[in-house]
Design a binder for this molecule. Structure first.
Ligand code: NDP
Ligand code: 2IT
Length: 447
């Protein structure tokens, strides 16, 4: 797609100012491609340089994280927090611990987060952080020491009204616990609202663990409803086998679909009669093992080392592992094999070539910033409960999540229709997410 001539120089400037950050470039281009008709309607966004400002993080923090392993060896990692945009609320977004993390990854995630958080309708700005630390194979003590060292620097930038991190790849309940403990110790305050994804016994919210996967499934359920269809009887693929994947599988099964495959960075599990979710939870959440062990318990399942999950025929695909995991070829294969809906639990899991294939095929394609917004939305519900010193029931919180996802779906659908492409959720999400932030920035003056 060609960029609007007024937006092209802005994109060129982003390329020049952020050399080598390819994922960030990709995320910016995808949003700018949708904004052509918006700046025609709203020349004030160009006059006030709103887009240039949105592409420049408000603050970027990079710091050293020294820690000692169980043998006493010293290791040095790099920590990041990119506080991207606070027009709608305190910076909000997860922390990712993965060896592939560098500034370009955190900036793409932080940039996406601005629009995602805007779509939730809740008062949260956009931010993201993390480290190139690799949690794989580390002992519990090593994880704790790393989290403590990470928080010993990051704490000074956080606070319930300033910046509120949560989990992402490699960061779950255990890591949030260690970081909360260290923050509390340093500031000498029990400040529940400074982190989300907390344990249920100390300020966490029911449904936060399930929220991203459940929410992505609710979004696609809404998109299927538009087509007078549902999950009932659908064969589904869910990539990954972490937090988002597990609760996507759970909700799909509750809605009558059948997930036949999941994966991790080592390979793919295919189980034709449907995945055994209790076993996956036991292996991944309780024992922290690899997904290949699944076949030790189910002789009729197959494990394909380095396999490509997208080769398996399905009607619904839910990429829930990482960025750029579906390329143009994978997308074409999915469509050819009868896939009618794609819901992105992961952030930016489809390459630009893949997105084009889905849009051309009129696939019900829910981009990450809309489809996976249930996680951060439920984080905002956790903050609401913390502020009220209250805790809500599972049913009440899940109903709120379902309503939020339905609203996001409808907002994206209506916006896509208003801009002449009904059902193009990429356009709908980018435009609706952007306009709310842009209007707040106009209202706040030149800051
Ligand atoms: P987890 O760490 O719980 O799980 C990640 C899963 O993805 C693992 O199975 C992992 O396999 C796989 N994976 C990670 N990196 C790669 C890679 N480079 N190649 C292949 N597989 C990979 O993370 P989450 O489930 O929390 O996050 C998954 C995705 O969802 C991410 O894109 C994240 O940004 C997004 N997301 C998460 C939210 C949340 O609330 N947690 C909210 C919204 C989006 P392995 O163990 O082999 O590395
Ligand atoms: O990508 C995401 O939205 C997340 N990792 C969740 C962020 C949050 O603050 O709950």
């Amino acid at each position: 797609m060609k960029l609007d001539e007024k937006l092209e120089p802005i994109y060129q400037d982003v390329l020049k100012r952020n050399p080598g950050e390819t994922e960030f470039h990709q995320a910016v281009l995808e949003v700018l491609e949708s904004l052509g008709p918006v700046v025609v309607k709203h020349p004030e966004y160009l006059e006030r340089k709103i887009i240039e400002r949105i592409c420049e993080p408000e603050r970027q923090i990079i710091f050293r994280v020294p820690w000692q392993d169980d043998k006493g060896q010293v290791h040095i990692n790099r920590g990041f927090r990119v506080e991207f945009n606070s027009a709608l609320g305190p910076y909000k977004g997860g922390l990712r611990f993965h060896p592939s993390v560098y500034l370009g990854i955190i900036k793409f995630l932080g940039f996406e987060q601005i629009f995602k958080n805007s779509l939730t309708g809740l008062p949260i700005g956009g931010g993201k952080g993390g480290s190139d630390f690799d949690p794989k194979g580390k002992s519990d003590d090593e994880i704790m020491r790393f989290c403590q060292s990470f928080m010993t620097e990051l704490y000074r930038h956080l606070g319930e009204h300033t910046d509120v991190p949560a989990g992402d790849i490699g960061v779950g309940g255990r890591e949030i616990g260690y970081m909360f403990g260290q923050y509390k110790r340093i500031v000498n305050r029990w400040e529940a609202g400074m982190l989300t994804g907390k344990g249920l016994k100390w300020g966490g919210s029911l449904v936060r663990t399930e929220a991203t996967g459940y929410g992505a499934t609710f979004f696609i359920d809404e998109a299927l409803k538009v087509r007078k269809d549902s999950f009932k009887g659908k064969t589904c693929l869910v990539s990954g086998s972490g937090n988002v994947a597990i609760y996507t599988i759970e909700k799909i099964h509750q809605l009558g679909g059948k997930c036949v495959a999941c994966s991790d960075s080592g390979g793919v599990i295919y189980h034709e009669k449907g995945l055994d979710l209790d076993l996956i939870k036991q292996l991944k959440e309780v024992e922290r093992r690899r997904i290949e062990d699944y076949v030790k318990y189910h002789k009729d399942a197959v494990y394909k080392k380095n396999g490509n999950i997208w080769e398996i025929p399905c009607q619904v695909a839910m990429p829930s592992a990482t960025q750029n995991e579906i390329n143009g070829k994978d997308a074409a294969l999915l469509v050819k094999n009868g896939c009618i809906a794609v819901g992105e639990g992961a952030n930016m899991p489809t390459t630009p070539e893949g997105v084009k294939v889905f849009l051309d095929a009129k696939t019900a394609y829910g981009p990450g910033k809309a489809a996976n917004a249930g996680g951060v939305a439920t984080s905002a519900l956790e903050m609401q409960q913390n502020a009220q010193r209250d805790s809500w029931t599972f049913e009440f919180t899940e109903q709120k999540l379902a309503a939020i996802m339905s609203n996001i779906h409808n907002l994206c659908y209506e916006t896509s229709a208003e801009y002449g492409a009904p059902g193009n959720y990429v356009l709908g999400a980018n435009i609706a997410g952007f306009i709310k932030v842009a209007d707040a920035m106009v209202a706040h003056g030149l800051v």
